[in-house]
Design a protein around this ligand. Structure first.
Ligand code: PLP
Length: 222
C-alpha cells in the first residue's frame, strides 16, 4: 500500500474529535509530500534540527509538532514556526520556550509530558509536579506559552493490559487537571497512542494520536 493509502485508511477509522499527527521522523521529503498531497498537514518530528530543515524546504502551511525530548538550547531553532510542542516536562524549558516565542511575537502551544510508563528511561513529569507547575506564580507570569493538554508514552511492552492501564491513568490525571484553568493553561488535548496502540489509546480518551510506521513504513536507523 502507498503512503497516501495507508494514511487515508487510518484517517477513515479515526473519530472526528481525534487529531492525527503523522510522524515523519527519519523519512525523506518525498514521503512527507506524498502525505501532503493526500491532504494531510500535521507532521511530527522528534529532532529539532531535522524538523527545522524540513520546515525550511517544505510548504509553509504544514503544521509541525515537536514530539521528542526538547533540549533547552535548541528551542530557538523552532520558535518561529513550531505549532505544538508535546514533550514539555520542566519549568526551565517552559521559560525558555516563552522567551524564544516572545522574540517572534508568538504564543507557542505546549503539552505537558506526564510520566505514565513504568520504565525509567521515559521522560515526563510526575502528576503532582504538573499541578504545582500550573499553579505556580512564576508560571502565571509567562505570556508567550499556553499549555493546551497532556502527552504520555506508554511502556514499550506487548502487555496491552498494562498499556491500557497507563492510558487510563493519563486520562484520569487529565480529568483532574482540566479543572485548573488559568490564562495560560486550558487543557483540551490528550496526546497518547502510536502505531501499535492508537486504537486502544482512543478508547481510553486520547484526542491526538502520533502515528509513524503505520503510515510511512518502518524506520531505518543507521
Ligand atoms: C516515533 C514516535 C512516535 C511514532 O511511533 P510509531 O510506532 O512509528 O507510530 C510517536 N510518538 C513519539 C514520541 C515518537 O518518538
Amino acid at each position: 500500500m502507498s503512503i497516501s493509502e495507508k494514511l487515508n485508511n487510518i484517517k477513515s477509522t479515526l473519530p472526528d474529535h481525534v487529531t492525527l499527527v503523522a510522524v515523519s521522523k527519519t523519512k525523506p521529503l518525498e514521503d512527507i509530500m506524498e502525505a501532503y498531497h493526500a491532504g494531510h498537514l500535521i507532521f511530527g518530528e522528534n529532532k529539532i534540527q531535522e524538523m527545522a530543515d524540513k520546515h525550511e524546504q517544505l510548504p509553509k502551511d504544514i503544521e509541525w509538532h515537536m514530539i521528542g525530548h526538547v533540549q533547552r538550547n535548541k528551542v530557538k531553532y523552532m520558535a518561529s514556526f513550531v505549532s505544538l510542542i508535546h514533550g514539555v516536562d520542566n519549568f526551565k524549558l517552559l521559560k525558555e520556550i516563552d522567551k524564544q516565542a516572545q522574540k517572534h511575537d508568538r504564543v507557542i502551544q505546549c503539552l505537558l509530558q506526564i510520566k505514565i510508563a513504568s520504565e525509567d528511561t521515559k521522560f515526563g513529569m510526575a502528576p503532582e509536579d504538573a499541578v504545582k507547575l500550573i499553579q505556580s506564580q512564576e508560571f502565571s507570569e509567562l505570556k508567550h506559552i499556553k499549555i493546551v493538554g497532556l502527552m504520555g508514552m506508554a511502556t514499550f511492552t506487548d502487555n496491552m493490559d498494562q498499556v491500557k492501564q497507563e492510558f487510563i491513568n493519563l486520562k484520569t490525571i487529565f480529568d483532574a487537571l482540566e479543572k485548573t484553568q488559568t490564562h495560560n493553561c486550558k487543557l483540551q488535548t490528550i496526546s497518547m497512542g502510536m502505531s501499535g496502540d492508537y486504537e486502544l489509546a482512543i478508547d481510553c480518551g486520547s484526542t491526538m494520536v502520533r502515528v509513524g510506521s503505520s503510515i510511512f513504513g518502518e524506520r531505518n536507523y543507521l
